[in-house]
Design a protein. Structure first.
Length: 414
């Protein structure tokens, strides 16, 4: 990240080229005659243009820390401006030129005042000092919190710390200053925890969420416990599967993601979706909770019947047998049913407009469920001589790129 200085031509220049500010603040940014005074409404409300959505978290952090350290907030906004220019150097996106102009005007006004209030002699040292203080005040102090409110604050603090480090690293690079090893170690801890403390809709499903009130309901525990039964599943060779499945929180939807290449956020959404479906039916079937949370088979069958009602009609209409084959070993039946339901919801969640063509979804599911059965049965492909795999591969986001997108493009031309 370059320090604040000369304003780049946001209409056509290939990349920002501000002069270094150093300790003295450098030259003020120059405004061309074509720039109007649009005010701060676009920026302050964080109505970020769709082509610049990646900078929204940076601007949120800038607003959050401004009262504590205006200079750090300024550096966050300047980094956001640079990143916006890299994302759309010609300002061709809808609302991008106006957004850049409003942000640039604010940077020009705030450079000198925030520079005077800076504690350290350089922006790099200021960022490092603030990062250390933020970690101590907002993360270490909340790490042992047990209630939901504090947990939400901790989740937000990890996200903020990650953005602050991104800005810190850019400032240090621009001023040729190495980041302290202690800060790098702290950032590694933040990265690890950030993978656990993630935003959620209703259910906090990370490994540290077991004490949350909603996770204490027996029906929720029963559904979560059932989904985390990954015993006997054949994981891909290149998949980093730890032996302690309970600590990592791996479940059946993680396995489906690894095998079929579904998107991470889709997996998170459908995991919560499936748990709530099962829990709602379970509490109706078993109003009196048992001491040992176990998903009731009646609840499982009721949800499965509802999900696959249309698929079975499709099979009957075409005179085909469904791909919902169940194992002969009774202990594996529940796991197989959950895999079939999870697969259907993951396909539905990523199908976009294809979900308005139910016969298309049935066709996709029919073949993928058959592949699922083949993988679990250990079938060998006659073409490759290896175990059966999805026809389109199973790389990251492969389902969207190699199944949904091609079908959508064909339909688009019709």
């Amino acid at each position: 990240m370059a320090a604040p200085g000369r304003r780049p031509d946001i209409s056509s220049s290939p990349s920002p080229s501000p002069a270094g500010a150093g300790a003295s603040g450098g030259r003020r940014l120059l405004r061309t005659q074509t720039v109007g005074n649009l005010g701060e409404s676009i920026f302050d409300s964080e109505v970020v243009p769709s082509s610049l959505v990646e900078i929204a978290p940076i601007l949120r952090v800038a607003n959050e820390v401004e009262a504590t350290n205006p200079r750090v907030a300024y550096l966050c906004r300047f980094y956001a401006f640079e990143k916006a220019h890299r994302l759309d150097p010609t300002s061709s996106g809808r609302g991008v030129r106006q957004f850049k102009t409003a942000l640039l005007q604010r940077l020009e006004r705030e450079n000198d005042p925030t520079l005077k209030g800076r504690v350290h002699q350089s922006d790099a040292r200021e960022m490092q000092r603030f990062y250390r203080e933020y970690y101590k005040k907002y993360i270490q102090a909340l790490q042992n919190a047990a209630d939901k409110a504090d947990r939400a604050l901790l989740t937000k603090a990890y996200q903020t710390a990650a953005v602050l480090f991104e800005v810190l690293r850019a400032v240090n690079v621009s001023q040729s200053v190495e980041v302290d090893q202690a800060i790098l170690d702290t950032h590694n801890k933040v990265e690890e925890k950030q993978k656990l403390y993630v935003p959620y809709n209703i259910l906090p499903l990370d490994p540290d969420s077991t004490k949350q009130a909603i996770m204490q309901f027996p029906e929720i525990q029963a559904a979560v416990y059932a989904l985390r039964n990954i015993r006997g599943l054949p994981w891909p060779k290149d998949h980093e599967k730890k032996t302690d499945d309970k600590s990592t929180g791996k479940d059946l939807l993680d396995w489906l993601q690894a095998m079929f290449g579904f998107q991470k956020d889709n997996v998170s959404n459908q995991r919560e979706h499936l748990i709530l479906l099962l829990a709602n039916v379970h509490i109706r079937e078993v109003p009196k909770a048992d001491q040992t949370p176990k998903l009731d088979d009646r609840a499982l069958d009721a949800v499965m019947k509802k999900l696959f009602k249309n698929y079975k009609k499709w099979c009957k209409y075409l005179g085909r047998k469904s791909s919902l084959w169940l194992p002969t070993i009774q202990q594996e039946v529940q796991q197989r049913k959950l895999l079939y339901m999870g697969l259907y919801l993951l396909i539905w969640g990523e199908a976009a407009n294809l979900r308005f063509m139910p016969e298309c979804l049935c066709y996709i599911y029919h073949h993928m469920a058959f592949e699922l059965y083949g993988m679990l049965a250990g079938n060998v492909s006659p073409m490759t001589g290896e175990n059966v795999k999805p026809a389109y591969g199973g790389d990251e986001e492969a389902f969207l790129m190699k199944v949904v997108t091609p079908i959508y493009k064909v339909i688009e031309k019709v």
